[in-house]
Design a protein around this ligand. Structure first.
Ligand SMILES: *Cc1c(COP(=O)(O)O)cnc(C)c1O
Length: 392
Protein backbone atom coordinates (compact mmCIF):
# COMPACT_ATOMS: atom_id res chain seq x y z
CA UNK A 1 0.00 0.00 0.00
CA UNK A 2 1.32 3.44 -0.96
CA UNK A 3 0.24 5.53 2.00
CA UNK A 4 1.15 8.78 0.24
CA UNK A 5 -1.62 8.24 -2.31
CA UNK A 6 -4.88 10.09 -1.88
CA UNK A 7 -8.20 8.43 -1.00
CA UNK A 8 -9.54 8.24 -4.58
CA UNK A 9 -6.30 6.74 -5.86
CA UNK A 10 -6.17 4.08 -3.14
CA UNK A 11 -9.80 3.15 -3.88
CA UNK A 12 -8.87 2.46 -7.50
CA UNK A 13 -5.23 1.33 -7.44
CA UNK A 14 -5.25 -0.84 -4.30
CA UNK A 15 -5.57 -4.00 -6.43
CA UNK A 16 -4.24 -7.49 -5.81
CA UNK A 17 -1.68 -8.86 -8.29
CA UNK A 18 -2.66 -10.07 -11.76
CA UNK A 19 -2.73 -13.69 -12.95
CA UNK A 20 -0.92 -15.19 -15.99
CA UNK A 21 -3.56 -13.45 -18.18
CA UNK A 22 -2.39 -10.00 -17.04
CA UNK A 23 -5.96 -8.79 -16.79
CA UNK A 24 -6.47 -5.08 -16.14
CA UNK A 25 -9.57 -5.51 -13.97
CA UNK A 26 -9.35 -7.98 -11.06
CA UNK A 27 -11.06 -11.26 -12.05
CA UNK A 28 -13.59 -13.14 -9.95
CA UNK A 29 -11.96 -16.01 -8.02
CA UNK A 30 -14.74 -18.56 -7.71
CA UNK A 31 -12.90 -21.25 -5.81
CA UNK A 32 -13.58 -22.71 -2.41
CA UNK A 33 -9.98 -23.78 -1.75
CA UNK A 34 -6.38 -23.22 -2.85
CA UNK A 35 -3.47 -25.55 -3.65
CA UNK A 36 0.20 -25.76 -2.56
CA UNK A 37 3.55 -26.67 -4.07
CA UNK A 38 4.36 -29.24 -1.40
CA UNK A 39 3.61 -30.44 2.12
CA UNK A 40 5.93 -27.88 3.69
CA UNK A 41 4.20 -24.93 1.99
CA UNK A 42 0.83 -26.32 3.04
CA UNK A 43 1.98 -26.70 6.64
CA UNK A 44 3.31 -23.14 6.70
CA UNK A 45 0.04 -21.76 5.24
CA UNK A 46 -2.02 -23.53 7.89
CA UNK A 47 0.33 -22.35 10.62
CA UNK A 48 -0.12 -18.77 9.41
CA UNK A 49 3.63 -18.44 8.77
CA UNK A 50 3.16 -17.45 5.11
CA UNK A 51 0.52 -15.26 3.52
CA UNK A 52 -1.35 -17.84 1.41
CA UNK A 53 -5.05 -18.44 0.98
CA UNK A 54 -6.35 -21.73 2.36
CA UNK A 55 -10.11 -21.86 2.03
CA UNK A 56 -12.61 -19.14 1.04
CA UNK A 57 -14.30 -19.22 4.45
CA UNK A 58 -10.98 -17.88 5.79
CA UNK A 59 -9.90 -15.63 2.93
CA UNK A 60 -10.06 -15.33 -0.85
CA UNK A 61 -8.28 -12.98 -3.31
CA UNK A 62 -11.50 -11.03 -3.92
CA UNK A 63 -12.33 -10.50 -0.24
CA UNK A 64 -8.66 -9.65 0.33
CA UNK A 65 -8.79 -6.90 -2.28
CA UNK A 66 -12.03 -5.51 -0.83
CA UNK A 67 -10.66 -5.54 2.74
CA UNK A 68 -7.35 -3.97 1.64
CA UNK A 69 -9.21 -1.12 -0.01
CA UNK A 70 -11.43 -0.46 3.01
CA UNK A 71 -8.38 -0.57 5.30
CA UNK A 72 -6.60 1.99 3.12
CA UNK A 73 -9.67 4.23 3.05
CA UNK A 74 -10.32 3.99 6.82
CA UNK A 75 -6.60 4.06 7.71
CA UNK A 76 -7.01 0.74 9.51
CA UNK A 77 -4.38 -1.92 10.19
CA UNK A 78 -6.48 -4.97 9.27
CA UNK A 79 -10.00 -6.19 8.56
CA UNK A 80 -12.37 -9.05 7.74
CA UNK A 81 -15.26 -9.08 5.23
CA UNK A 82 -18.66 -10.52 6.14
CA UNK A 83 -21.74 -11.71 4.26
CA UNK A 84 -23.76 -8.72 5.51
CA UNK A 85 -23.53 -5.70 7.76
CA UNK A 86 -25.33 -7.58 10.51
CA UNK A 87 -22.90 -10.51 10.24
CA UNK A 88 -20.11 -7.96 10.82
CA UNK A 89 -21.96 -6.44 13.80
CA UNK A 90 -22.82 -9.75 15.47
CA UNK A 91 -19.46 -11.42 14.79
CA UNK A 92 -17.63 -8.42 16.23
CA UNK A 93 -19.62 -8.76 19.46
CA UNK A 94 -19.33 -12.55 19.55
CA UNK A 95 -15.55 -12.40 18.99
CA UNK A 96 -14.70 -9.78 21.58
CA UNK A 97 -17.29 -10.13 24.35
CA UNK A 98 -17.87 -12.79 27.00
CA UNK A 99 -20.71 -13.64 29.38
CA UNK A 100 -21.16 -10.85 31.93
CA UNK A 101 -19.75 -8.09 29.72
CA UNK A 102 -21.55 -4.79 29.33
CA UNK A 103 -21.90 -2.48 26.29
CA UNK A 104 -22.70 1.21 26.11
CA UNK A 105 -24.63 2.34 23.07
CA UNK A 106 -26.82 5.11 21.80
CA UNK A 107 -30.58 4.64 21.60
CA UNK A 108 -30.93 5.70 18.02
CA UNK A 109 -29.38 2.74 16.27
CA UNK A 110 -30.11 0.48 13.28
CA UNK A 111 -33.20 -1.68 13.97
CA UNK A 112 -31.52 -5.10 13.74
CA UNK A 113 -28.60 -3.94 15.92
CA UNK A 114 -31.22 -2.98 18.49
CA UNK A 115 -32.64 -6.51 18.27
CA UNK A 116 -29.15 -7.99 18.79
CA UNK A 117 -28.70 -5.86 21.93
CA UNK A 118 -32.19 -6.45 23.34
CA UNK A 119 -32.97 -10.05 22.39
CA UNK A 120 -29.85 -11.95 21.31
CA UNK A 121 -26.88 -10.85 23.43
CA UNK A 122 -28.88 -11.21 26.69
CA UNK A 123 -28.95 -15.00 26.00
CA UNK A 124 -25.24 -14.94 26.88
CA UNK A 125 -25.74 -12.48 29.72
CA UNK A 126 -24.24 -9.59 27.75
CA UNK A 127 -26.13 -6.42 28.60
CA UNK A 128 -26.43 -3.02 26.96
CA UNK A 129 -27.13 0.40 28.45
CA UNK A 130 -28.36 3.10 26.09
CA UNK A 131 -27.01 6.55 26.77
CA UNK A 132 -28.12 9.92 25.50
CA UNK A 133 -25.70 11.18 22.89
CA UNK A 134 -26.46 14.78 23.67
CA UNK A 135 -25.88 14.36 27.42
CA UNK A 136 -22.23 13.30 27.47
CA UNK A 137 -21.96 13.85 31.24
CA UNK A 138 -24.35 10.92 31.82
CA UNK A 139 -21.94 8.45 30.19
CA UNK A 140 -19.44 8.47 33.03
CA UNK A 141 -22.14 7.36 35.50
CA UNK A 142 -23.10 4.18 33.64
CA UNK A 143 -19.62 2.73 33.15
CA UNK A 144 -19.19 -0.32 35.40
CA UNK A 145 -16.32 -2.72 36.03
CA UNK A 146 -17.88 -5.02 33.39
CA UNK A 147 -18.20 -2.39 30.68
CA UNK A 148 -16.06 -3.51 27.79
CA UNK A 149 -17.27 -1.79 24.62
CA UNK A 150 -18.89 1.36 23.26
CA UNK A 151 -20.91 0.94 20.10
CA UNK A 152 -22.26 3.95 18.18
CA UNK A 153 -23.50 5.07 14.81
CA UNK A 154 -22.87 8.59 13.60
CA UNK A 155 -24.90 9.87 11.86
CA UNK A 156 -27.57 7.60 13.29
CA UNK A 157 -30.23 5.71 11.38
CA UNK A 158 -32.87 7.12 10.95
CA UNK A 159 -32.60 10.09 13.34
CA UNK A 160 -29.48 11.61 11.67
CA UNK A 161 -28.08 12.47 15.13
CA UNK A 162 -24.34 12.77 15.62
CA UNK A 163 -21.75 11.76 18.21
CA UNK A 164 -18.70 13.89 18.87
CA UNK A 165 -16.04 11.36 17.87
CA UNK A 166 -13.11 13.26 19.41
CA UNK A 167 -14.88 13.36 22.76
CA UNK A 168 -15.87 9.71 22.46
CA UNK A 169 -12.36 8.60 21.49
CA UNK A 170 -10.96 10.25 24.64
CA UNK A 171 -13.77 8.85 26.80
CA UNK A 172 -13.15 5.30 25.53
CA UNK A 173 -9.41 5.54 26.09
CA UNK A 174 -9.81 6.98 29.59
CA UNK A 175 -12.17 4.15 30.58
CA UNK A 176 -10.24 1.45 28.71
CA UNK A 177 -13.19 0.54 26.48
CA UNK A 178 -13.15 -0.80 22.92
CA UNK A 179 -14.73 1.90 20.73
CA UNK A 180 -16.67 0.52 17.74
CA UNK A 181 -18.22 2.92 15.22
CA UNK A 182 -20.76 1.87 12.59
CA UNK A 183 -19.67 4.23 9.80
CA UNK A 184 -22.31 3.12 7.32
CA UNK A 185 -24.03 6.48 6.82
CA UNK A 186 -20.88 8.56 6.37
CA UNK A 187 -18.70 6.04 4.49
CA UNK A 188 -14.91 6.39 4.81
CA UNK A 189 -15.05 9.16 2.21
CA UNK A 190 -16.81 11.60 4.57
CA UNK A 191 -15.53 10.47 7.97
CA UNK A 192 -12.75 8.26 9.32
CA UNK A 193 -13.49 7.35 12.95
CA UNK A 194 -10.08 5.70 13.53
CA UNK A 195 -8.46 9.14 13.25
CA UNK A 196 -10.60 10.19 16.23
CA UNK A 197 -9.69 7.20 18.38
CA UNK A 198 -12.06 4.40 17.29
CA UNK A 199 -10.60 0.90 17.68
CA UNK A 200 -12.89 -0.69 15.11
CA UNK A 201 -15.08 0.56 12.27
CA UNK A 202 -17.99 -1.45 10.88
CA UNK A 203 -19.74 -0.99 7.55
CA UNK A 204 -22.81 -2.39 6.01
CA UNK A 205 -21.33 -2.45 2.51
CA UNK A 206 -24.88 -3.06 1.27
CA UNK A 207 -25.55 0.66 1.45
CA UNK A 208 -23.40 3.46 -0.08
CA UNK A 209 -20.39 1.19 -0.61
CA UNK A 210 -22.26 -0.94 -3.15
CA UNK A 211 -24.33 2.11 -3.94
CA UNK A 212 -26.56 0.39 -6.46
CA UNK A 213 -28.72 -1.89 -4.35
CA UNK A 214 -27.27 -5.14 -5.72
CA UNK A 215 -25.43 -7.14 -3.06
CA UNK A 216 -25.21 -7.56 0.70
CA UNK A 217 -21.90 -7.19 2.49
CA UNK A 218 -20.27 -6.08 5.69
CA UNK A 219 -16.79 -5.41 6.97
CA UNK A 220 -15.01 -4.73 10.26
CA UNK A 221 -11.63 -2.96 10.17
CA UNK A 222 -9.33 -1.54 12.82
CA UNK A 223 -6.62 -2.53 15.28
CA UNK A 224 -4.83 -5.69 14.25
CA UNK A 225 -4.94 -7.41 17.65
CA UNK A 226 -8.76 -7.09 17.70
CA UNK A 227 -9.13 -8.12 14.06
CA UNK A 228 -7.02 -11.22 14.83
CA UNK A 229 -9.68 -12.30 17.34
CA UNK A 230 -12.49 -11.50 14.91
CA UNK A 231 -10.68 -13.51 12.21
CA UNK A 232 -10.17 -16.49 14.53
CA UNK A 233 -13.89 -16.48 15.43
CA UNK A 234 -15.08 -16.00 11.83
CA UNK A 235 -12.72 -18.53 10.27
CA UNK A 236 -14.37 -21.23 12.39
CA UNK A 237 -17.98 -20.01 12.39
CA UNK A 238 -18.46 -19.06 8.72
CA UNK A 239 -19.98 -15.57 8.30
CA UNK A 240 -17.61 -14.83 5.37
CA UNK A 241 -18.43 -12.61 2.40
CA UNK A 242 -18.76 -14.47 -0.90
CA UNK A 243 -16.04 -13.87 -3.52
CA UNK A 244 -18.71 -12.63 -5.93
CA UNK A 245 -20.00 -9.98 -3.55
CA UNK A 246 -16.43 -8.93 -2.72
CA UNK A 247 -15.68 -8.59 -6.44
CA UNK A 248 -18.77 -6.39 -6.95
CA UNK A 249 -18.00 -4.28 -3.86
CA UNK A 250 -14.34 -3.80 -4.79
CA UNK A 251 -15.44 -2.31 -8.11
CA UNK A 252 -18.01 -0.17 -6.30
CA UNK A 253 -15.30 1.38 -4.15
CA UNK A 254 -13.59 2.74 -7.28
CA UNK A 255 -16.50 5.16 -7.72
CA UNK A 256 -17.33 5.82 -4.06
CA UNK A 257 -15.82 9.33 -3.97
CA UNK A 258 -17.58 10.63 -7.08
CA UNK A 259 -20.88 9.02 -6.07
CA UNK A 260 -20.73 10.44 -2.55
CA UNK A 261 -20.00 13.94 -3.90
CA UNK A 262 -23.23 13.80 -5.88
CA UNK A 263 -25.26 12.10 -3.09
CA UNK A 264 -24.20 14.92 -0.74
CA UNK A 265 -24.88 17.75 -3.23
CA UNK A 266 -28.34 16.36 -4.00
CA UNK A 267 -29.16 15.66 -0.34
CA UNK A 268 -28.23 19.21 0.72
CA UNK A 269 -30.50 20.63 -2.01
CA UNK A 270 -33.36 18.32 -0.97
CA UNK A 271 -32.86 19.31 2.68
CA UNK A 272 -32.89 23.02 1.76
CA UNK A 273 -36.07 22.51 -0.30
CA UNK A 274 -37.79 20.72 2.59
CA UNK A 275 -36.72 23.39 5.05
CA UNK A 276 -38.32 26.08 2.90
CA UNK A 277 -41.61 24.16 2.50
CA UNK A 278 -44.46 25.06 4.84
CA UNK A 279 -45.83 21.48 4.86
CA UNK A 280 -42.76 20.31 6.78
CA UNK A 281 -42.54 20.36 10.58
CA UNK A 282 -38.76 19.92 10.85
CA UNK A 283 -35.75 18.74 8.77
CA UNK A 284 -32.56 17.05 9.96
CA UNK A 285 -29.46 17.03 7.81
CA UNK A 286 -25.94 17.40 9.28
CA UNK A 287 -24.83 20.14 6.90
CA UNK A 288 -27.90 22.34 7.41
CA UNK A 289 -26.97 25.08 9.92
CA UNK A 290 -30.28 24.28 11.70
CA UNK A 291 -29.04 20.76 12.67
CA UNK A 292 -28.61 20.86 16.48
CA UNK A 293 -25.12 19.34 16.12
CA UNK A 294 -24.03 21.22 13.00
CA UNK A 295 -20.77 22.28 14.66
CA UNK A 296 -19.79 18.65 15.29
CA UNK A 297 -20.83 17.76 11.73
CA UNK A 298 -18.51 20.25 10.08
CA UNK A 299 -15.66 19.23 12.38
CA UNK A 300 -15.74 15.50 11.74
CA UNK A 301 -17.48 15.09 8.36
CA UNK A 302 -16.37 16.52 5.02
CA UNK A 303 -19.99 16.66 3.76
CA UNK A 304 -23.43 15.84 5.13
CA UNK A 305 -24.06 12.41 3.55
CA UNK A 306 -26.96 11.13 1.49
CA UNK A 307 -29.71 10.78 4.09
CA UNK A 308 -32.20 13.45 5.13
CA UNK A 309 -34.94 12.91 7.71
CA UNK A 310 -37.94 15.16 8.17
CA UNK A 311 -41.27 15.41 9.92
CA UNK A 312 -44.32 16.01 7.79
CA UNK A 313 -47.21 18.13 9.10
CA UNK A 314 -50.23 15.94 9.81
CA UNK A 315 -48.36 13.02 11.42
CA UNK A 316 -48.79 9.33 10.59
CA UNK A 317 -51.89 9.63 8.36
CA UNK A 318 -50.34 12.41 6.29
CA UNK A 319 -47.05 10.52 6.11
CA UNK A 320 -48.81 7.51 4.59
CA UNK A 321 -50.68 9.71 2.09
CA UNK A 322 -47.35 11.31 1.16
CA UNK A 323 -45.75 7.91 0.52
CA UNK A 324 -48.75 6.85 -1.57
CA UNK A 325 -48.34 9.90 -3.84
CA UNK A 326 -44.63 9.35 -4.51
CA UNK A 327 -44.23 8.50 -8.22
CA UNK A 328 -40.54 8.27 -9.16
CA UNK A 329 -38.73 7.62 -5.88
CA UNK A 330 -38.81 4.05 -4.53
CA UNK A 331 -40.67 2.84 -1.47
CA UNK A 332 -38.24 0.29 -0.08
CA UNK A 333 -36.27 -0.41 3.07
CA UNK A 334 -32.76 0.00 1.68
CA UNK A 335 -30.65 3.16 1.58
CA UNK A 336 -27.48 4.34 -0.10
CA UNK A 337 -28.70 3.49 -3.61
CA UNK A 338 -28.36 5.44 -6.85
CA UNK A 339 -32.18 5.55 -6.78
CA UNK A 340 -33.82 7.88 -4.26
CA UNK A 341 -35.63 5.93 -1.56
CA UNK A 342 -38.38 7.14 0.75
CA UNK A 343 -39.19 5.21 3.94
CA UNK A 344 -41.40 5.56 6.96
CA UNK A 345 -39.29 3.97 9.75
CA UNK A 346 -41.96 3.71 12.45
CA UNK A 347 -44.12 1.39 10.33
CA UNK A 348 -41.25 -0.55 8.68
CA UNK A 349 -37.56 -0.72 9.68
CA UNK A 350 -38.20 0.08 13.36
CA UNK A 351 -41.66 -1.51 13.66
CA UNK A 352 -40.25 -4.24 15.96
CA UNK A 353 -39.58 -1.66 18.69
CA UNK A 354 -42.41 -0.80 21.08
CA UNK A 355 -44.09 2.60 20.73
CA UNK A 356 -42.32 3.65 23.92
CA UNK A 357 -38.92 2.55 22.62
CA UNK A 358 -39.53 4.39 19.35
CA UNK A 359 -40.40 7.58 21.25
CA UNK A 360 -37.17 7.28 23.26
CA UNK A 361 -35.17 6.82 20.07
CA UNK A 362 -36.86 9.79 18.43
CA UNK A 363 -38.61 7.74 15.74
CA UNK A 364 -41.82 9.71 15.84
CA UNK A 365 -44.81 8.76 13.65
CA UNK A 366 -44.27 11.77 11.36
CA UNK A 367 -40.60 10.95 10.65
CA UNK A 368 -39.83 10.23 7.00
CA UNK A 369 -36.35 9.24 5.83
CA UNK A 370 -35.10 10.00 2.36
CA UNK A 371 -31.98 8.37 1.01
CA UNK A 372 -31.23 10.85 -1.75
CA UNK A 373 -30.02 9.15 -4.92
CA UNK A 374 -28.13 10.16 -8.03
CA UNK A 375 -31.05 11.12 -10.29
CA UNK A 376 -31.08 14.78 -11.33
CA UNK A 377 -31.92 16.74 -8.20
CA UNK A 378 -34.67 18.71 -10.02
CA UNK A 379 -36.55 15.45 -10.66
CA UNK A 380 -36.13 14.29 -7.05
CA UNK A 381 -37.45 17.59 -5.69
CA UNK A 382 -40.29 17.65 -8.23
CA UNK A 383 -41.45 14.20 -7.06
CA UNK A 384 -41.33 15.20 -3.39
CA UNK A 385 -43.10 18.50 -4.14
CA UNK A 386 -45.99 16.89 -6.04
CA UNK A 387 -46.42 14.23 -3.31
CA UNK A 388 -46.52 16.97 -0.65
CA UNK A 389 -49.12 18.92 -2.66
CA UNK A 390 -51.35 15.91 -3.32
CA UNK A 391 -51.21 14.56 0.25
CA UNK A 392 -52.63 17.65 2.00
C1 LIG B 1 -28.21 -1.59 6.92
C2 LIG B 1 -27.43 -1.28 8.12
C3 LIG B 1 -26.82 -2.28 8.87
C4 LIG B 1 -26.97 -3.76 8.54
O1 LIG B 1 -26.43 -4.09 7.31
P1 LIG B 1 -26.94 -5.31 6.39
O2 LIG B 1 -25.95 -5.31 5.29
O3 LIG B 1 -28.33 -4.97 5.96
O4 LIG B 1 -26.91 -6.53 7.22
C5 LIG B 1 -26.08 -1.91 9.98
N1 LIG B 1 -25.95 -0.62 10.33
C6 LIG B 1 -26.54 0.38 9.64
C7 LIG B 1 -26.37 1.79 10.08
C8 LIG B 1 -27.30 0.10 8.50
O5 LIG B 1 -27.89 1.08 7.82
Amino acid sequence: MDKAQKFETQAIRQQIGTTHAQEHSTPLYLTSSFTYEDAEEMRAAFAGEIDKNIYSRFSNPNTEEFVNKICAMEQAEAGYAFASGMAAVFSTFASLLSAGDHILSCRSIFGSTHTVFNKILPKWNISTTYVDLKDTASWEKVVTANTKMIYVETPTNPGVDLVDLNWLGDFAKKNNLILVVDNCFATPYLQQPIKHGADLVIHSATKFIDGQGRVLGGVTVGRKELIDEIYAFSRSTGPAMSPFNAWVLSKSLETLAVRMDRHCDNALKVAQFLESNDQIEWVKYPFLPSHPQHKIAIEQMSAGGGVVSFGIKGGLARGKRFLNQIKMCSLTANLGDSRTIVTHPSSTTHAKLSEEERQKVGITPELIRISVGLEHVDDIIADIRQALDLSI
